[in-house]
Design a binder for this molecule. Structure first.
Ligand SMILES: Cc1cc2nc3c(=O)[nH]c(=O)nc-3n(C[C@H](O)[C@H](O)[C@H](O)COP(=O)(O)OP(=O)(O)OC[C@H]3O[C@@H](n4cnc5c(N)ncnc54)[C@H](O)[C@@H]3O)c2cc1C
Length: 399
């Protein structure tokens, strides 16, 4: 790395982008960093994906907040790179650019009937109940017979949130418009394509299900399942959990989604077994939790990190990856004169009408959400683009 303090752009203020920011401030003291974020709010899936009852996980934002306490770090929110500002301009204007835009698009099941009312991707559904403004108008049909396709923790998150009672969700930040979903489901079937050993359910998240106030479990382990594998042992333990209430949570394996069927809305999901035979499950809601795809393509001029890099780890995994990416980027950085591009970019950012939001604007949203929540809720989220933008700009109308 040369002696000059680098000027850095990070695209995406989710955990990967903000762990990158924290690593940069440590590894390159003196660096000045602009963090570009498409939404009016920072924190990515920590705010809009992580389940509302996982407040411990969401507390990671406190360490990100500290990183914005220096005036060498600037948030440029409500600004879409690739839309409002070309990525190539950032590559010209900064010594280093990190792409941390996540993987916002759901992978599709690719089955007939996928667009029927009652069929949703986990990312839209969790985005809706978590107040992501892109999903605020989803208005999902909350079913009593729910099928969730997927073999990872996101499938477990969806099942847990649907199975919890209103009392169990009262200290969560579940959005007001979604609270009617609590305790509505009578049966929730989680279906994985492979065997139980091949799932990515974490034993800890499986165990959390066993503590639900009102659930009974059925786990259909294949006869040859390796019960010494931690995930299989955790599934088997669930089945011995005494039934505690009216919501039946069932785990099925070795079924591939084939078709969503219904007259005008979902009524049934058809699966194919390994032997080619078909099994139909009656359902009024189908959530597919089979992963996501990145949106913005990187280039050689940028360093991808987090889910934008193709990794699909959890939040701690982004932290470890960010540190390595930052160290490598600092080693290979070759500063060149960038005044012209920098001037062009500053003009774009400050041009009248651009209306990008800074950290102070986010704190106005944050304060408004916290102060309108009735304890023990931590916040009452603003969910529409209009409400978020208006609250962010409240000081302009007050002066
Ligand atoms: C439903 C769900 C629940 C999860 N629960 C947990 C959990 O309990 N614990 C855990 O450790 N992990 C959990 N994860 C995983 C965790 O959310 C990811 O590991 C992490 O969010 C990935 O971080 P990221 O920064 O790469 O992506 P993201 O969190 O998606 O952040 C990307 C950011 O980039 C912004 N962006 C996108 N495009 C642009 C653009 N063109 N210009 C500017 N900004 C842009 C987005 O708005 C977003 O803010 C969960 C994931 C999901 C989907």
């Amino acid at each position: 790395m040369s002696g000059a303090a680098p000027r850095v752009a990070i695209v995406g203020a989710g955990p990967a982008g903000l762990f990158t920011l924290c690593a940069l401030l440590r590894e390159a003291p003196g660096a000045s960093v602009d963090v570009f974020e498409r939404l009016p709010t920072p924190f990515g899936l920590v705010r809009s994906g992580v389940a509302p009852d996982h407040q411990g996980v969401k507390a990671v934002v406190r360490q990100f907040e500290r990183a914005f306490a220096t005036d060498r770090v600037r948030l440029v929110a409500d600004c879409e790179v690739g839309g409002d500002i070309p990525l190539s301009l950032l590559a010209d204007a900064y010594d280093m650019v990190f792409l941390a835009t996540g993987a916002p698009h759901a992978r599709r099941l690719g089955v007939a009937g996928e667009d029927l009312p009652g069929v949703y991707s986990a990312i839209s559904f969790m985005g809706w109940l978590n107040g992501h403004p892109d999903h605020a108008s989803l208005q999902p049909r909350i079913g009593e017979r729910v099928v969730i396709v997927g073999g990872g923790n996101v499938a477990l998150d969806v099942a847990r949130v649907l199975a919890k009672t209103p009392r169990e969700m009262e200290s969560s930040d579940l959005c007001a418009h979604a609270r009617h979903l609590c305790g509505r489901a009578r049966s929730i079937t989680i279906v994985a394509r492979g065997g139980p050993e091949a799932t990515r359910f974490s034993p800890t998240e499986l165990k959390a299900l066993s503590r639900l106030e009102a659930a009974a479990f059925q786990v259909e382990l294949p006869s040859g399942a390796d019960r010494s594998a931690p995930v299989v042992a955790a599934l088997a333990a669930l089945e011995t959990t005494p039934p505690a209430g009216a919501t039946r949570i069932c785990f099925r394996f070795g079924l591939t989604a084939g078709e969503a069927v219904g007259e005008g809305c979902l009524e049934q999901v058809r699966f194919q077994r390994a032997d080619g035979s078909v099994e139909a499950l009656d359902a009024d809601m189908l959530i597919s939790a089979i992963g996501q795809q990145a949106a913005l393509a990187g280039s050689e001029a940028v360093h991808a990190v987090g889910w934008a890099s193709g990794e699909r780890g959890d939040i701690p995994a982004s932290r470890a990856q960010a540190l390595g990416v930052v160290r490598q980027a600092l080693e290979t950085m070759r500063p060149v004169p960038r005044q012209a591009a920098r001037a062009r970019l500053d003009e774009v950012i400050s041009s009248s009408g651009a209306g990008y939001l800074d950290w102070a604007a986010w704190k106005r949203i944050d304060q408004a959400e916290i102060s309108s929540a009735a304890p023990p809720r931590p916040r009452e989220k603003l969910v529409s683009w209009a409400a978020l933008r208006a609250t962010a700009r409240l000081h302009e109308t007050n002066t």
